[in-house]
Design a protein around this ligand. Sequence first.
Ligand code: PA5
Length: 436
Amino acid sequence: MNNLELDYSLTDAFVSQNDMEGMKGKVEEAKKMLLDRSCPGKDYTGWIDLPVDYDKDEFGRIKKAAERIRGMCDAFVVVGIGGSYLGAKSAIEFLNHSFYNNLSDDSRKAPQIYFAGNNISEVYLGDLLQILEKKDVCVNVISKSGTTLESAIAFRVLSEFMEKKYGADASKRIFATTDKARGALKELSDEKGYETFVVPDDVGGRYSVLTAVGLLPIAVSGVDIDALMAGAAAMREKCLEKEFYENDAMLYAAIRNILYSKGKTVEIVANYEPSMHYIGEWWKQLFAESEGKEGKGLYTATIDLTTDLHSQGQYIQEGPRIMFETVISVGSASCGIVMKHDENDTDGLNYLEGKSIAYINGKALEGTQKAHVDAGVPNLLIKIAGRDAKSLGELYYFMMFACGMSGLVLGINPFDQPGVEYYKRNIFTLLERPGY
Ligand code: PA5
């Protein structure tokens, strides 16, 4: 099986060899600063070695807890937002059946998985409680700080629901992933006796998918987390060892910055598989929160194709030429559905006879890329080998490493998020929180 590959041939008309040579040194310098931990935000670079240097005891505990949860409940609620949500959500959506929650319990052999704490919608929470009423439930609350408003509100409601439903046994069904020593959630967990998992000090939220933050919910869905880590470890080796022109993460970081310097201020990540929607959302957070600082950074947008060809497709084809596109595609997606011959051919589709839908989707990808390039939208293609945990581990690591370098080339700290605090202060003031 091939590994992740970056094809940037469709940027040739926009990125010259001179541009690449000019950017090469900057990306090399950024990589060096990351690896010798001399970059801005150096205290949050623990994710770099995580695939090979992680807490094996905790990893074992995650697997055991996941098994227990799978045996104990038929609904598992993951409470978290931002980096404490999107990693798990993206992996669970990508690696499982498209209609995971709708499968019969027998074929799923795992609990249904619900997410909460990623909004402040009373309707959403109310509807969720209604579903949970008739189920056996476990909860994983995830918050590094332990004070995030959205997840704290949802957890207060859900923990009350759990205590009402299970009494003292509720604490055996609640799992908390948070800071190892500090914060309100850690205190609460110690007081109530929840089993806790750690978000390492040196790993920020959006770089935490390969910690317990992502791994516990992902393992509960039945995904092989050893394979996920193995994929990340294989990609880490490539990112660290390979020289610029053989190093896809370095090339991706370089091309993004070259295009940005030429006025392409928006990067659109596109997928052609609904199961990849949340990979786009994870990517969007990773790069936007890492790079959007000091008046700089690419605006990150995502589209689902071919769905959005019937909406944003028009804008991409003929709107302002401010964007480039990065398609993330997955190999071998066919499950054997082939277009058949029809006697009447009323729909005029007999010309597709014998072709799989995956083949047609592949042609849609090629045709759309060419149309966009012809219209002045440079295109990159990141191809992952398959819909499997190892390939996804590669992609996660690839993106995190590229993001770290890309942000450093831009001249910002890719590991903080000072702007996120501003709106929080306003909300707290309006809600009359003491001290605000
Ligand atoms: O990447 C980040 O740091 C943020 O997106 C956080 O993950 C998000 O704000 C949630 O924070 P916490 O885990 O502290 O609740």
